[in-house]
Design a protein around this ligand. Structure first.
Ligand code: 5GP
Length: 214
């Protein structure tokens, strides 16, 4: 019998260049009962990205049709492209008895918390803005894009209190370990215990006592 209930939604947000993608990959490799929700986006695929794996890449018309049909739990415009979490992406994972991992921006995180108050929001931050700038420069991002991203980052960091946890990525392995600890602790919360398991333990104990007395 399962000792704990599944179905927790973990949301990870991070300013771009903070190492979020690598961290999410690390989590998924370690925990096979945690599944990533694949979002829809109107952004063009980057080299190596596959539709259905990294994102469902769609055109704006398809995206807006999905909004009209109420197919999204949340959606947002990020840097001029649309991104959305479909109800289906989340429900398929929940129905298969797994926990969900969402890699979404701060607007999406806010909406997920409103719709699923028990979801767990984790914010990953760089050790310093200077370090973040260096990472973006190393990624060969355009100067203007870097400037825009850094200014958005500062605005996002000031909203850190929306999140349940803040993890600083000054060391990738340490950051992954810390998030794994958060996931473990959340899964072991009293509210997440399977009541049938507890009732069974109690019954077993009572039956044992009866056996001893007869
Ligand atoms: P990228 O284009 O670099 O993959 O993602 C850009 C931003 O969009 C990231 O901050 C990412 O977390 C966010 N994002 C990706 N999917 C979703 C989604 O479904 N909803 C929201 N609100 N943001 C998303």
């Amino acid at each position: 019998m399962k000792t704990h209930k599944s179905g927790i939604i973990f949301v990870i947000s991070a300013p771009s260049g903070t190492g979020k993608t690598t961290i999410c990959e690390g989590l998924l490799k370690t925990l096979d009962d945690l599944k990533m929700s694949v979002s829809h986006t109107t952004r063009k695929p980057r080299t190596g990205e596959k539709t259905g794996v990294d994102y469902h890449f769609v055109d704006e018309q398809t995206f807006h049709k999905m909004i009209e049909n109420d197919e999204f739990v949340e959606w947002a415009e990020v840097y001029g492209n649309f991104y959305g979490t479909s109800k289906r992406a989340i429900n398929d994972i929940l129905n298969s008895g797994h926990d969900v991992l969402l890699d979404i921006d701060i607007q999406g995180a806010k909406n997920i918390k409103r719709i699923y108050p028990e979801s767990v929001l984790i914010f990953i931050l760089p050790p310093s803005i200077y370090e973040l700038e260096q990472r973006l420069i190393n990624r060969k991002e355009d100067r203007e894009i870097i400037r825009k991203r850094l200014s958005k980052t500062v605005e996002e960091i000031s909203q850190y209190e929306l999140y349940d946890y803040v993890v600083i990525n000054d060391n990738l392995e340490k950051a992954i370990k810390e998030i794994l600890s958060i996931i473990t602790a959340e899964r072991l919360k009293t509210a997440k215990i399977n009541k049938d398991f507890i009732n069974n333990l109690i019954m077993e104990g009572k039956n044992g006592e009866k056996r001893k007395n007869t």
